[in-house]
Design a protein around this ligand. Sequence first.
Ligand code: THU
Length: 133
Amino acid sequence: MNGRELMALAQEARKHSYAPYSGFRVGAALLTKSGKVYLGCNIENAAYSATVCAERTAFFKAVSEGECEFEAIAIVGGKEGETAEFCSPCGVCRQVMAEFCAPDFRVLLGNEEHFEAYTLDMVLPFSFTGKDL
Ligand code: THU
């Protein structure tokens, strides 16, 4: 599975986004070390704080099915009908990544035409993890 293919799967996942309040639709494709892919989309709620981001949907699907080793995540987002050039994961999702992923976990950000690969360490430096407790 290469980065472009993972980005395409994130775009597919985005089609299921439930975002009636923000109109901002996000999809994520999470690649496990064993080669499986878990898809996620953002799922909003009338009680706004109950909303879950696409990235966490993908992580929680995977972890709840026994997958805890991850290679990379691709994230695609934007307003309804558009794809942003870059959809950066929120701080809470970065923290969830830090719970399960090594510093070299890859975070692919962009769109169908162009994406960049970052590492978890780049997007969440000085992270607080279980090692600190
Ligand atoms: N959102 C995500 O799903 N992932 C991100 O990386 C950023 C934000 C969602 C949450 C909410 O449904 C909408 O985008 C606007 O914040």
